[in-house]
Design a protein around this ligand. Structure first.
Ligand code: SF4
Length: 286
């Protein structure tokens, strides 16, 4: 991507994991575009349709500074991978004193992880698919699983174990998210098996917020939220993996009330956007 970054929203977000949201909120910056094109993307208005506003690097640095001034517990870079170099330049202009969070899809090279690790305090990757077939079906990336496994291991190696401050806020570490998709229990159980192999001190976050968005005619199994029976099976399986630590979302999180609006808020006087629409999402992540 160019050195002009594209951003859809910046602001305090209160629906991340408790160790990130704290009491004042996580300082999220939602970047437009994404290296994946997941069929079920909750943020497809910005990830696939490109809704957003162009910012020069100095203005991005100001946005970072403003979030810290508003009291953000951390600077949460959402779907940042394709703008890594521009973000590095912005951080060189305005390095916040709060932790920097790399909130990504997990579909990243080990080389990319090594390049961003010096200025990232917290990696917050997804591990979406353990199954290459499912990754091919929903994201056209059959190599997602092996790529993300290597990236996550590199992230964990770079940060070391999770470190929390005296208020219980995450100061450093790697937290891995997994979104449970309806009708795909074997993929989730296999993903949990992988997460259980990570070193101690790698918390996981199991997400139940999936909500159908957009045209899913080709994927009818995704055209509903999770059932309580499905989610119970996931939680029962988790009970059998005592080495896994972290958070599980309530099933009630699959609710449009938690959705941020991608309206350019927090970016300053940015003028009209070049694409329009609305979006569903809850936790910030890619
Ligand atoms: S779900 Fe995440 S990784 Fe997939 S297209 Fe959306 S933002 Fe990108």
């Amino acid at each position: 991507m160019s050195r002009v970054v594209r951003v859809a929203r910046a602001g305090l977000h209160h629906w991340e994991e408790p160790c990130l949201s704290g009491t004042r909120g996580s300082g999220t910056v939602f970047f437009s575009g994404c290296r994946l094109r997941c069929a079920f993307c909750q943020n497809q208005e910005i990830s696939r349709q490109g809704r957003g506003w162009n910012l020069e690097i100095p203005r991005l640095a100001e946005v970072f500074r403003e979030l810290e001034e508003q009291g953000a517990h951390n600077l949460n870079l959402v779907t940042p991978t394709h703008f890594a170099e521009s973000i590095r330049e912005a951080l060189a202009l305005a390095r916040p004193s709060i932790p920097v969070v790399w909130n990504s899809s997990g579909y990243e090279t080990v080389d990319l992880v090594a390049r961003v690790a010096p200025w990232v305090d917290i990696f917050l990757p997804d591990f979406k698919y353990a199954s290459p077939g499912l990754a091919a079906r929903y994201s056209a990336r059959e190599d997602y699983s092996e790529t993300a496994r290597a990236a996550i291991q590199a992230m964990r190696e770079a940060t070391g174990p999770a470190l929390f401050d005296e208020e219980g806020l995450l100061a450093r570490g790697t937290v891995v998210r997994h979104l449970v998709l309806p009708g795909n229990l074997p993929n989730t159980l296999a993903a949990l098996d992988f997460l259980a192999t990570l070193p101690a001190g790698t918390p996981v976050s199991i997400m139940a917020q999936y909500t159908p968005v957009g045209d899913l005619a080709a994927f009818p199994e995704l055209n509903r939220t999770l059932t309580s029976e499905e989610y119970e099976q996931v939680l029962d399986y988790l009970d059998g993996l005592p080495d896994l630590d972290g958070w599980v979302q309530d099933l009630q999180s699959a609710d449009a009330r938690f959705i941020p609006t991608f309206d350019g808020s927090g970016l300053g006087d940015v003028g009209p956007c070049t694409s329009e629409g609305s979006v569903l999402g809850a936790l910030s992540g890619g």
